[in-house]
Design a binder for this molecule. Structure first.
Ligand code: BGC
Length: 414
């Protein structure tokens, strides 16, 4: 009797001891599967393991994250949400409204996030005043990448206007080089489109069109000019562009098959992972025009049962915003840290340009959320715009028809 009573007590003691020291577990859904992306997420996996965590990887291939978001919806609908999810922009608040996100305010407060994150970034991470996501980085979307040798041997400088870009592209095409490496996937079409739109509409026009969804701007002559430029650019991509992954387009610039790519600075992560050196092998410049389109990656934690999973969420959130992770991850990823107190000494010239331009644009009002990467609008609205952009790019639709469809699609999306 005595013996079994003792055994029962010690079992309870053991159970409660293991509850106190729950081993952090996390199943992490993300879409970082290209060379540079995989190298970057490996940094987080390693830090998580070094801190006693067990990581279950749930990568869903597909640039821009459309496939990952479809997988997420299926998991949540089946009542089996992943522990942590790469999620960003207004989609965070959309999931919060469904009542499925965990509150990570205790970590944010203990770690003093409010003191080290710019207000513009912190705003995206909050739901009804509490912290519901952890920011990883700041990617810039409006970049143009080029093969340095190809430009030099064709006597071409990085273009600073869209006319210069078009003239350079004509010259390259005549020399037998593919001017623009592009992957014909809707999100890539949208990426190029928003860079062109920023250049042609200007920062104020971009804000009116893609943040305010102002009908007059969506149907303006300037928007017609944006679609005209998209039509011109359609002539600069090779015949096999349909469906190509973005990192394969980056590889075309790396190997000199193509001269330029318009893509966010995750493309730099690919160049770096391949051992290419900025300023020597490849060049970076902001796309023609003023302003800065930001795209902040972040992770949201979903409501899950189990102390081990909750411990995993807390550890992940703490590590993600921690200074060492923010440095090492972003060196690999091509982005810059979300934290303002991380030294940029180890970063390259493209990253320094990004940081300087971000600062300047936040001072002059031209720091803008990327619509193509889910920072500016809710899914229904950004999806409606992208459908028109990609339909135009992949057909002979006129620019006038495109703007009419754009306004209609936006009006129907509410
Ligand atoms: C994400 C990046 C990612 C890129 C390509 C973007 O939307 O913010 O982190 O590298 O898509 O997959």
């Amino acid at each position: 009797m005595k013996r079994s009573a003792f055994a029962a007590v010690s079992t309870i003691a053991l159970i409660s001891a293991s509850a106190v020291v729950a081993e952090p577990q996390a199943e992490v859904l993300h879409w970082w599967t290209s060379g540079g992306e995989a190298k970057s997420v490996a940094v987080l996996q390693q830090e998580f393991a070094d801190n006693g965590g067990t990581w279950t990887d749930m990568p869903v291939a597909g640039g821009g994250g459309d496939a990952a978001m479809t997988a997420l919806r299926a998991r949540v609908l089946s009542g089996n949400a992943p522990t942590a999810v790469q999620l960003k922009g207004p989609a965070i608040q959309e999931w919060y409204e469904e009542g499925v996100l965990a509150d990570i305010s205790s970590v944010a407060e203990a770690e003093g996030w409010a003191d080290v994150l710019p207000a513009s970034i912190a705003g995206h991470m909050k739901c009804d005043g509490s912290w519901c996501a952890a920011p990883v980085n700041v990617h810039r979307v409006d970049w143009i990448w080029a093969n340095a040798d190809v430009l030099e041997s064709n006597g071409i400088a990085m273009p600073t206007t869209w006319d210069e870009f078009n003239a350079a592209a004509e010259k390259l095409a005549a020399a037998g080089v593919i001017p623009l490496a592009h992957g014909g996937q809707a999100w890539q079409d949208a990426t190029v489109f928003e860079a062109v739109a920023l250049g042609i509409l200007g920062a104020e026009g971009f804000h009116k069109a893609f943040v305010e969804l102002d009908e007059a701007t969506l149907t303006s002559d300037a928007m017609v000019a944006v679609f005209d430029q998209m039509r011109t650019m359609r002539g600069f991509v090779d015949a096999n562009f349909s469906g190509r992954d973005w990192n394969l387009a980056t590889a075309m610039v790396m190997n000199g098959e193509a001269a330029f790519q318009i893509m966010g600075d995750w493309a730099k992560g690919e160049f770096m992972a391949a051992g290419k050196v900025p300023g020597e092998d490849f060049l970076c410049a902001s796309t023609p025009g003023d302003g800065f389109l930001y795209n902040v990656d972040s992770f949201a934690m979903f409501e899950v049962d189990g102390e081990d999973k909750k411990a995993g969420q807390e550890l992940l959130a703490e590590l993600i915003v921690g200074p060492s992770f923010q440095e090492v991850f972003n060196l690999n990823k091509g982005s810059i840290p979300a934290r303002t107190d991380v030294s940029l000494d180890a970063f390259d010239s493209c990253a320094l340009l990004s940081a300087a331009d971000m600062q300047a644009s936040s001072e002059n009002g031209s720091l803008l959320p990327s619509y193509a990467h889910g920072m500016a609008l809710r899914g229904a609205q950004s999806g409606a715009i992208t459908d028109v952009v990609t339909a135009h790019f992949n057909s002979d639709m006129s620019s006038a028809d495109a703007v009419a469809q754009l306004a209609q699609a936006v009006a129907n999306s509410y």
